[in-house]
Design a protein around this ligand. Structure first.
Ligand code: ZN
Length: 425
């Protein structure tokens, strides 16, 4: 039996019988992506089916799973196997035709499949999973390496949820199984119009119509889009339909009258937070004397993502005295926003970098002069700090003429889809 370093066997370590080998190869190289669960299940089924007389020759296959770390490379991963430098060069040149290896993200999963035949150990397959939908592989066939790629076949599923709010919006939507990405997008859609701390009451209703994508095993792969959403408050309701104006790549959400939801800045650039201190005079918690609070504070756990309140350019990122880790964004029309006491910055956030509205720029922390994890958020207009909760910002565009007609048709199509979905449930 060949010597195997036990530490190397991370994912799977199994004995395969001679007859089982071709069966296993079919699973590994089949159309579907290798799925840890299904492989394990298939192996145990096969072992039961094989009778003891077939235990003549033992083949051993093991899989090692790597998560690409910061500064790590595909070449480093290959060097941890018993491949020689020639083979490594060969594999890299073949796989480079399928994927730009320099663009692999931190956390990318790479699997190496090693097979032992008699006293020989050979790497016979390497798989890169650049995202949840694709796998790029190199296989050894007749002593040559060949590269290929598979895409998961995805299935669209539409969901219509009607939810009554009992605690937070996040918790209420999470409870019925709505994916995080959809919840984030939902919150973002309304953050122009609704102050989530003050406007939402227990018993208010939310409706959201969206899709997700699953694989052939009905496993969730990714969230899709919100097509319609509605919040019914005590006295007013807000409905939004997804729509892109023809020839315009930019997708926007409009209410049933064709008025856009997009506004210049968000009042609440953070999801699920509690407004802990408003704008205006107050006793400073650390300095102890009365001082005008020039922004608003949102209490939230360390690590909660903070979003750019509007599209703009990073004007400042770095330590800023009592503000601790600090970001300031310059927006259009004389507006700036700032974010203080962060625990860390999101990757890629540097001076002069353009950020989109809703993009995560950093994470809540307790740096600088701060008594607990919170975001101190300021809106600056023409050099003067203003109250973000009271700002009156230009509302988005109103669809007219032909665009309005096309929008009404699209709205009616979405409405019809929702009627159909609710009749099926
Ligand atoms: Zn503050």
């Amino acid at each position: 039996m060949p010597y195997i370093n036990r530490n190397q066997v991370i994912l799977l370590f199994s004995f395969f019988f001679l007859l089982g080998t071709s069966y296993i190869l079919a699973i590994f190289y089949g159309e579907n992506l290798v799925n840890e669960k299904s492989v394990t299940t298939e192996i145990s089924t096969k072992n039961q089916a094989v009778n003891s007389e077939e235990k003549l020759k033992i083949d051993l296959t093991f899989v090692k799973k790597y998560f690409l770390k910061e500064g790590d490379t595909f070449t480093n991963v290959l060097r941890q196997t018993n491949l020689n430098e020639n083979e490594i060069d060969n594999i890299i040149s073949i796989i480079s035709k399928k994927i730009d290896l320099r663009k692999l993200k931190v956390g990318t999963i790479i699997e190496t499949y090693t097979k032992s035949i008699g006293d020989k150990t050979i790497v016979n397959e390497i798989i890169i999973y650049p995202d949840s939908e694709k796998r790029i592989y190199v296989q050894k066939v007749n002593n040559n390496f060949i590269a290929g790629e598979d895409k998961k076949k995805l299935f669209q599923k539409l969901f219509l949820h009607q939810v009554e709010i009992h605690n937070s919006i996040y918790a209420s939507l999470k409870k019925v199984g709505i994916p995080d990405e959809i919840i984030m997008e939902f919150v973002q859609l309304y953050s122009f119009d609704i102050d989530f701390q003050r406007d939402i009451r227990k018993g208010n209703k939310i409706k959201v119509f969206f899709d997700v994508y699953t694989d052939s095993q009905n496993e969730f792969v990714k969230s899709g889009k919100i097509y319609f959403s509605e919040i019914v408050l005590d006295d007013v309701s807000y409905d939004l339909y997804r729509f892109s104006i023809e020839g315009d790549e930019f997708v926007e959400y409009f209410n049933s009258e064709g008025k856009s939801a997009t506004k210049a800045l968000m009042k609440t650039p953070i999801n699920g937070a509690r407004l802990s201190s408003g704008f205006g005079m107050r006793k400073h918690p650390i300095l102890g004397y009365n001082k005008k609070h020039q922004g608003v504070d949102f209490a939230a756990p360390t690590g909660t993502p903070i979003m750019a309140a509007g599209t703009g350019y990073i004007e400042f990122v770095g330590n800023n005295g009592g503000a601790g880790k600090y970001i300031r964004i310059k927006h259009m029309n004389g507006y700036k926003t700032s974010y203080s006491h962060l625990s860390k910055y999101a990757s890629g956030i540097k001076k002069n970098v353009k950020v989109r509205q809703g993009q995560v720029i950093g994470y809540v922390g307790n740096t600088g002069m701060s008594t607990g994890p919170h975001l101190h958020y300021e809106v600056i207009f023409n050099g003067k700090r203003i109250n973000p909760m009271k700002m009156k910002l230009p509302s988005g565009k109103q669809l007219k003429d032909e665009n309005l007609e096309i929008f009404i048709q699209e709205k009616e199509r979405i409405d019809a889809d929702m009627i159909q979905i609710s009749s099926m449930n």
